[in-house]
Write a protein that binds this ligand. Sequence first.
Ligand SMILES: [Zn+2]
Length: 216
Amino acid sequence: MNSYCLICNRDIRAEGSLEEMFYVNDCICSSCRAQLAYFPRTIKTPELRIEGLYLYQGLLRDTLIQFKEYNDEALYPLFLYPCAERLKRRYRGYELLPLPSSSQALERRGFKPVDLIFSLLGLPVIDGLYKKNDIDQKSRTFKQRRQIYGQIALKDGISLEGKKILLVDDIVTSGATMRAGYRLVRGRAAEVKALTMSYNQRFLSQPERLFQKIFL
Ligand SMILES: [Zn+2]
């Protein structure tokens, strides 16, 4: 395994703590790991409970931007690294249904960030959702673009019957996109759950929506 921190490039073994020298079990150094706000919580929305892993802030936000917008594909393992084994046990038997990026974003990046982040779980992936109207956005007014932003749909011919579905996304800002995904698939699948790698820190100021219970 690579012993250089994926974020700061420090040699994890050479300069690490005694613990790191003997138990290198991460792809980033302990100093970077400590700066990522790993704060697993359950977010309660009107229809759906969403499990979230990190607060979208500071180094986590910077690293996600570096990964997605600067196409630093190699960063993908660090996000789920600390909890991949526990998530695998928790979601055994589920199939992943990633929330979609726009087709322009996919063309620009050449990879799907959400699919890559959750690839650590080793679960089957259903490429079943797409962003509606995202091809002709240029011809619309700003107001119209805002209205259609985030609208997603289920591809034709996708069967979810009898399946346990785990909706996944990289960030939950308001929960609206995740709920839209949920509305599309509930009733078609045997079970639907939702997991996001990060979530907006404004949920911290709404304790009635944020379960303090640590689920991992
Ligand atoms: Zn580091």
